[in-house]
Design a protein around this ligand. Structure first.
Ligand code: GLN
Length: 195
């Protein structure tokens, strides 16, 4: 499976490394034309306002909505989760607005700006090693969204069909299980498309 990592800003190389460790092919994506060759796309962590601005500037908003409309899987981590959301707490405008959920930015408070934990995730056998850095949380989800994990009663991993989102960075550890899970989503979507 060929998985693109949106390379406008943020943790790109780490996602490519994790995808390759999980058995896929990872490529950095800088232009919208490059989306056509992909089986899945990762939107990395970084700073969501900056990523959103660059996405608008380079035509990625419509291009990624179109990619999603083809049923191709998208995985947003941290800032990438914010970019996927339909609603952002305290902000008027969303970015892609693809996932039916409300997110709150920098939601874990000052003293908890950054921490790591082992997180049980539905559909993955072993707990996932998760790094939270000024992480958002998911405040509310629509009925088509499946909650895959919570941390202290807050939703931090969710899936809506071909869309996957995590509050944390799975790519900053040597645990590739969430990337393997996403590769499986891409395989299933490719199989469904060729039927
Ligand atoms: N706090 C950042 C934002 O709101 C996200 C942080 C991250 O991606 N590690 O965009």
């Amino acid at each position: 499976m060929k998985i693109g990592v949106l390379a406008l800003q943020g943790a790109v190389a780490e996602h490519i490394r994790s995808i390759e460790a999980a058995g896929g092919q990872g490529v950095a994506i800088k232009r919208t034309e490059e989306l056509a060759e992909l089986d899945g796309l990762i939107i990395p962590g970084g700073e969501s306002t900056t990523i959103g601005k660059l996405m608008r500037k380079y035509g990625f908003i419509d291009a990624i909505r179109n990619f999603s409309a083809q049923g191709k899987p998208i995985f947003g981590t941290c800032a990438g989760l914010i970019v996927l959301a339909d609603r952002i707490d305290g902000q008027e405008e969303a970015h892609l607005g693809l996932m039916d959920m409300t997110v709150a930015r920098n939601a874990f408070g000052r003293q908890r700006e950054s921490f790591e934990t082992d997180l049980p995730v539905k559909g993955i056998e072993e707990p996932v090693r998760a790094v939270f850095i000024r992480a958002p949380l998911i405040k509310e989800v629509g009925s088509s969204v499946d909650v895959l994990s919570t941390y202290k009663d807050e939703i931090v991993t969710a899936r809506q069909g071909h869309l996957l989102a995590s509050s944390y960075h799975p790519e900053l550890t040597d645990d590739y299980s969430l990337h393997a899970y996403f590769l499986k989503m891409a395989e299933e979507a490719a199989a469904a498309a060729s039927r």
